[in-house]
Write a protein that binds this ligand. Structure first.
Ligand SMILES: Nc1ncnc2c1ncn2[C@@H]1O[C@H](COP(=O)(O)OP(=O)(O)O)[C@@H](O)[C@H]1O
Ligand SMILES: [Mg+2]
Length: 387
């Protein structure tokens, strides 16, 4: 078990300040309860820098608390009500190195605003990678995305072309449209590219499922000056915060024609303009659109103009058993490594093979479900070993 650095203890009477402190950094606080109900959510949110309030863990026993906390990685920040300081210091002593009282939201407020104004983040882009370093980028993609060999070959060609024609000023944004079943790695493609570009911040991700109303364009690119809440919209905030030139638009088909047209223009012009006339230059960016629609529906839902604007359209199919097995092996290695770090190398290769043997990959189409099963079998096997 690797312990997390810090647990921040806050005073409930200051929760409002705490919330606004984090929301200024565009970070959201989620309760651990959501993850207790749905552990696979953790996996989905890894890399997005969420703040997790673990106060509700006071009702759960130590074994389960440790197990749960261990599923998170370091991209998460943990907070809890200081009222239970004693409980956390005792029960979670293996989970956290330090228990600190959190009052930054008072002291650092000015600081934070200054930082926000002055720091202009530079996005790391695929067009800026040196030619002799490019193979490292592709290697990372190869290693982190299982299966989908044809897509990976195609992506390589797309990127090589893009880098040439972008220099000539002929190709401003590389756009990929990925379709296919749920849980086969569409979103993972974007995450992998973000990481391979060296992304340390949260990737710019917009879920169009949240933008299906008539007013959607306003919330996405901001409402005109003078309107209530006139501000840049979500996509501007997300892109400004990210440190890589990749944007992920999830569930693209859920939106409406106004937004489709907006993106038609963005792909054409290589820039985004908010309703407050702020402009973001997207030259050299990769935009990934994902969708669960079937091949047939693609033609019905997405207009021909837009369809022809995507540089690449790919259909993701269920992974082969061989690739799923590789994924299981990778996950088990990573879980066991984390576990052994704190528990005296308790788990050996025999244990791994035992777990591996009990997972039937052919049963799973969705990798999220496979992942859940890996965790369940792991815990079950662990119990027989410990008792
Ligand atoms: N081909 C893959 N390679 C590596 N991980 C994958 C792959 N497919 C799915 N996963 C894992 O399964 C989970 C769901 O994948 P995701 O990309 O979010 O699915 P979707 O296709 O619905 O966007 C993620 O945690 C991801 O890490
Ligand atoms: Mg997805």
């Amino acid at each position: 078990m690797i312990s997390k650095e810090k647990l921040y203890l806050y005073n409930l009477s200051k929760f409002k300040e705490l919330k606004s402190y984090y929301s200024e950094q565009e970070k959201e606080i989620l309760s651990i309860t959501e993850f207790i109900l749905n552990e696979s959510l953790i996996e989905e949110l890894i890399g997005y820098e969420y703040i997790i309030d673990i106060t509700a863990l006071t009702d759960i026993n130590q074994y389960n608390v440790e197990r749960l906390i261990n599923l998170f990685d370091n991209s998460f920040t943990f907070i809890a009500n200081i009222k239970h300081k004693r409980f956390f210091e005792e029960e979670l002593r293996f989970c956290f190195d330090e228990f600190v009282i959190f009052n930054d939201y008072v002291e650092n407020k000015d600081n934070l605003n200054d930082r926000k104004k002055t720091s202009i983040k530079k996005h790391k882009k695929i067009i800026d990678i040196e030619q002799d370093q490019l193979h490292l980028f592709f290697e990372k993609i190869d290693q982190s995305l299982y299966g989908h060999q044809k897509f990976k070959d195609d992506l390589k060609k797309q990127i090589e072309n893009f880098r040439v024609f972008n220099k000539l000023g002929e190709h401003l944004i590389l756009s990929l449209f990925l379709m296919g079943d749920s849980g086969v790695g569409k979103t993972e493609v974007a995450r992998t590219i973000h990481k391979a570009l060296g992304g340390e911040n949260k990737m710019a991700k917009i879920n169009f499922g949240n933008y299906s109303s008539d007013n959607s364009l306003n919330s996405l690119i901001g409402s005109p000056r003078g309107y209530i809440g006139s501000d840049d919209g979500e996509i501007f905030i997300r892109v400004a915060e990210s440190d890589t030139g990749i944007i992920l638009i999830d569930e693209f088909e859920k939106s409406n024609s106004t937004l489709f047209n907006y993106f038609l223009d963005v792909l054409e012009s290589g820039r985004m303009i908010s309703s407050l006339a702020h402009e973001i230059d997207l030259n050299g960016f990769i935009i990934i659109f994902t969708s669960n629609i079937s091949r047939d529906n693609f033609k019905k839902v997405i207009s021909p103009e837009l369809r022809s604007r995507f540089d690449y359209k790919g259909y993701f199919t269920i992974l082969k058993s061989e690739d799923k097995s590789k994924y299981v092996e990778f996950r088990l290695n990573s879980i066991i490594r984390k576990f052994n770090k704190n528990v005296d190398n308790l788990l050996d290769d025999n244990f791994k093979h035992e777990v591996f043997r009990k997972i039937n990959v052919t049963k799973f189409k969705n990798m999220r479900d496979l992942n859940k099963s890996i965790k369940q079998v792991f815990v079950k096997e662990l119990k027989t070993k410990i008792i």
